[in-house]
Design a protein around this ligand. Structure first.
Ligand code: 13P
Ligand code: ZN
Length: 271
């Protein structure tokens, strides 16, 4: 059996959490990541018959039965993952009943998965129903995205349109736009269900005055989606109080979407 600390998926979790902390997006225990793994890949490092303990999830994840995820722990700080992955991360498998997580590795101090597991696993189910290649869900509190929530209408057409206007490549990176939820109580099934509903349509969902969710095929794509929104939000926050004398026009966005051959939300433009 190979050493789990050398597994590429553990390294990806360590690198991504460290990077997000460095960017200031994930203060204290802010943010969480879940990453669906291939069972064969995990079997190179762990005995899949050895369950350390079981933890109820509090919701049904029928379509994820038998699936394995590496997930950040609740109350754990992204800044600490790199130095102690076995305490700050866990590898769980969804048990036969669909409502229990079997701990295969990690949460060494008796901890458990993120309090946002409902939003994560429900988002995985929603994304997998429209894209069988989806593997990663990331939640974060990026500074400018959050700042923008206080000064810009929380309307998904308007929010997406403003972000698309801020950087030329935005419409190419997230042509499907950004879903927006109003402020809601976090860490429960209700916000999980609302997030998953949006995830059927969007790979990015803003949680009003809280943060953002991104979903994608791998860590780079998912991180890159959030990073691009955050960059656009930064440009917005740097310019929102200044007179705007230039802008990317809707006709130019169409030109971009056509040149890069992306399927974009035409109804989010004002043509
Ligand atoms: P956890 O520490 O439970 O992952 O929660 C952090 C967070 O960002 C809640 O939305
Ligand atoms: Zn949060």
């Amino acid at each position: 059996m190979k050493d789990i600390l050398t597994a590429p998926f553990v390294k990806e979790m360590m690198d991504t959490t460290a990077n997000m902390y460095r960017l200031g997006w994930d203060e204290r225990n802010g943010g969480n990541i879940s990453y669906m793994l291939e069972n064969d890949q995990v079997a190179e490092y762990l005995d899949l018959n050895k369950v350390i303990r079981t933890i109820p999830t509090g919701f049904e994840a029928q379509s994820l039965i038998g699936k394995i995820f590496i997930v950040t722990g609740t109350g754990k700080y992204f800044k600490n993952v790199k130095d102690d992955p076995e305490t700050n991360l866990g590898i769980i498998r969804i048990a036969e009943d669909g409502t229990t997580a079997e701990l295969l590795w990690g949460y060494k101090d008796g901890g458990r998965f993120t309090s946002e597991l409902p939003a994560h696993l429900m988002s995985h189910m929603a994304r997998l129903s429209v894209d069988s290649e989806n593997r990663v869900v990331i939640h974060s509190h990026p500074t400018n995205t959050l700042a923008m929530n206080y000064v810009h209408p929380l309307d998904e057409k308007k929010f997406t349109h403003t972000l698309w206007e801020m950087c030329t490549e935005c419409i190419v990176v997230f042509p499907d736009g950004v879903g927006v939820l109003p402020w809601m109580l976090c860490g429960n099934n209700t916000i999980g269900e609302a997030t998953a509903e949006k995830m059927k349509e969007f790979r990015l969902v803003v949680w009003g005055m809280h943060g953002i969710y991104g979903a994608g095929k791998n860590m780079d794509e998912t991180f890159g989606l959030i990073e691009t929104v955050e960059k656009a939000a930064q440009i917005y926050m740097l310019t929102a109080h200044l007179p705007r004398i230039n802008t990317i026009k809707d006709e130019e966005m169409v030109e971009l979407a056509e040149a890069f051959d992306v399927k974009y939300r035409k109804d989010f433009l004002n043509l």
